[in-house]
Design a protein around this ligand. Structure first.
Ligand SMILES: [Zn+2]
Length: 111
């Protein structure tokens, strides 16, 4: 029997819940000599987050690459703006202008 094909489900990325580092199996972890293609489940038991040193238990499965978590949120945000009434949009635009003006004034005040 040859080795079974790589289960794509196992190419899930894992995010460190302590610092947000994401382990990507396709890339491995060159800082700790983990070769690209190493599944998270195949990492040594003593492997730790290269950023903050958290152990494997601190990692959460965030799904395979391509499912960027922020992406769906951005779509939701876009829909949210589109649902606003014209009046609410005016408030948003005016608010943004006021903020820009305040920012300009604060810069001017620094000089
Ligand atoms: Zn970490």
């Amino acid at each position: 029997m040859s080795e079974p094909a790589v289960d794509t489900k196992e190419l899930d990325r894992y995010e460190c819940r302590a610092c947000g580092y994401i382990y990507e199996p396709e890339k491995g972890d060159d800082r700790r000599n983990v070769e690209p293609g190493t599944l998270f489940s195949k990492l040594p038991i003593n492997w730790r987050c290269p950023v903050c040193g958290a152990n494997k238990k601190a990692f959460a499965n965030v799904g395979p690459i391509g499912q960027v978590s922020g992406f769906t949120e951005n779509i939701g945000y876009g829909f949210g703006v589109n649902k606003l009434t014209p009046n609410q949009k005016n408030v948003l635009i005016f608010g943004a202008l006021a903020l820009g003006f305040l920012f300009f004034i604060s810069l001017y005040g620094l000089q």
